[in-house]
Design a protein around this ligand. Structure first.
Ligand SMILES: NC(=O)c1ccc[n+]([C@@H]2O[C@H](COP(=O)([O-])OP(=O)(O)OC[C@H]3O[C@@H](n4cnc5c(N)ncnc54)[C@H](OP(=O)(O)O)[C@@H]3O)[C@@H](O)[C@H]2O)c1
Length: 326
């Protein structure tokens, strides 16, 4: 079994977990961020660093640019950090306003403009990784290729990747783009099981309800693309959030997670993330909590993934899906 992360095989030195910075800077409105937001972000970054996290996930749109700005303030206070961490950001979504709806934009002009904005807000000269955020139906791969070539040549971006894309969409872009994609970021967790269900339900009626591109896990593994999981804590559903309003099987799965955590003398967060990381694709969870205590509660996740037996993995899967195996 190959235990090396796809990112590492490309020479990108990243931690096994990454911190999602989507909530940094306050709300998704025009209210400016405050010093308090910078302090909160700094506390989250410190908690992440304290458990070995060196990768930070952003997007140009998070809190309408404030997330990157606040992170930029943290970097400004601690300039030595830049060389020790991996910064990933995303482009390609345009938020709606009074005049236009939310939409996607993979035009060369938009990609270049977006990266310049991210670099300015983050106060850095380069992004380690840039992801195309969601597939744009109007994409022209040659245009994306030109944008990426320019970003690479200017040193503004080191590696490229995608998010929420199928194998066919990746292959379609790659026939024009010489740099092979390093990352595909998708929603995957005990609360969002389609990435497992898709493979389990081939040739079955139950498979029609599965919403995950066919063969995507296998494709990314074959192409050495790092699968990253957004929403990996399932918003706390299995690790302590009040789930009285949730279906019975979710409440039972949450109890099972707690029971395993007690038996293994660890945290529910480590079990929930360990379950994801036990997958042989070496999935990298992008944890979305900004609460320093909860970030630290994720510390044991990698160890739990190594200790998790096949039987425990399936018991958690079957419990969270609320149905026995086909
Ligand atoms: N590529 C994409 O399309 C995409 C989409 C969405 C997100 N992302 C990325 O993925 C990252 C993670 O996504 P996510 O935030 O959905 O992931 P998540 O890690 O599953 O959820 C984090 C959220 O759950 C809450 N939470 C966790 N444990 C809890 C508990 N025990 N009790 C109450 N609340 C709890 C956290 O609140 P506290 O902060 O209070 O702990 C936080 O609001 C984002 O930051 C972003 O970087 C990417």
């Amino acid at each position: 079994m190959n235990k090396i992360m796809p990112l590492a095989r490309r020479g990108i030195s990243s931690s096994r977990l990454a911190l999602g910075c989507m909530p940094f800077g306050g709300g998704w409105d025009q209210t400016p961020f405050t010093d308090e937001h910078v302090k909160e972000a700094e506390a989250a970054v410190d908690a992440a660093l304290s458990i070995g996290i060196t990768m930070f996930d952003h997007a140009d749109i998070y809190t309408k640019g404030k997330a990157e700005q606040v992170f930029g303030r943290v970097l400004n206070n601690r300039p030595e950090l830049r060389d020790q961490i991996v910064i990933q950001s995303k482009c390609g979504i345009q938020l709606g306003d009074d005049e236009l709806p939310g939409r996607f934009n993979f035009s060369k002009e938009h990609i270049l403009h977006s990266v310049d904005g991210s670099l300015e807000r983050l106060g850095t000269d380069y992004l380690d990784i840039l992801l195309l955020h969601r597939p744009d139906p109007l994409v022209e791969p040659d245009e994306v290729a030109e944008a990426f070539a320019s970003l690479k040549a200017s040193g503004k971006v080191r590696y490229f990747g995608v998010s929420n894309m199928s194998a066919a969409q990746i292959a379609f872009l790659q026939q024009a783009i010489p740099d092979s994609f390093a990352v595909n970021q998708l929603e995957m967790s005990l609360g969002h099981l389609h990435f497992v269900d898709q493979g389990v339900h081939v040739n079955q009626a139950a498979g029609t309800a599965v919403n995950f591109a066919e063969g995507l896990m296998e494709y990314c593994r074959t192409q050495n693309i790092q699968l990253q999981a957004w929403g990996p804590l399932a918003q706390g559903k299995f690790s302590g959030r009040d789930v009285k309003d949730q279906p019975e099987h979710i409440q039972e799965a949450a109890q099972l997670v707690q029971q395993l955590a007690n038996e293994k003398e660890t945290t529910p967060e480590a079990i929930v993330l360990g379950w994801l990381m036990r997958h042989p694709a070496m999935i990298q969870p992008i944890i979305g909590t900004t609460n320093p205590q909860r970030i630290k509660a994720c510390k044991d996740a990698e160890r739990q993934s190594q200790l998790m037996t096949r039987e425990e993995w399936y018991t958690l899967y079957v419990s969270a899906r609320g149905e026995s195996m086909p």
